[in-house]
Design a protein around this ligand. Sequence first.
Ligand SMILES: [Zn+2]
Length: 182
Amino acid sequence: MAEVIKYGLLGDVGLLERLESSPLTLQSPDLAGVIRRCCEAKARVVEADEFERAKEGGRALLNLGHTFGHAIEQVTGYGTYLHGEAVAIGLVAATRLSVKLGYLMPSHVERVERVLRAHQLPIALREPLALAQLTAAMGRDKKVRAGRLRFVVMRQLGEAITQGDIDPALAEAAFLEVGAVH
Ligand SMILES: [Zn+2]
């Protein structure tokens, strides 16, 4: 379900609004339609970057929340957090980073947290994790290009962009806000 919310955040604010109006469940009458919207959002991103040559944006946008999420999975050992749970926390961190970059407002964080919680997803780490370990894990993430951390952030809810020149302190601050500790 975190991945469904991810598609709303990265490319379909209408989908996000649908998920905000009532939580999606396996019993939702429009489940098939929502899944189709996710596929369409993914197809738009993939078509725009058919040959994976995009320097900015492109297929990397599908990794919204995943640089943070993969770091959580690596540090805790796979199994402590389900992938969707790690991605959910990653989406909150990415939203908080987007606020620090001046793209989003703090009220957007509350909105993202609310929709995640409504889908029984975590919005922060259950147990504190060491920031140093998390940042080291992000450095090992395969989406690092040329030794620099790139992040997928949101210019607005429903529009993700990649950004490569991010001050690492901002990413660390975002991680601290979702439960990492020094
Ligand atoms: Zn994923």
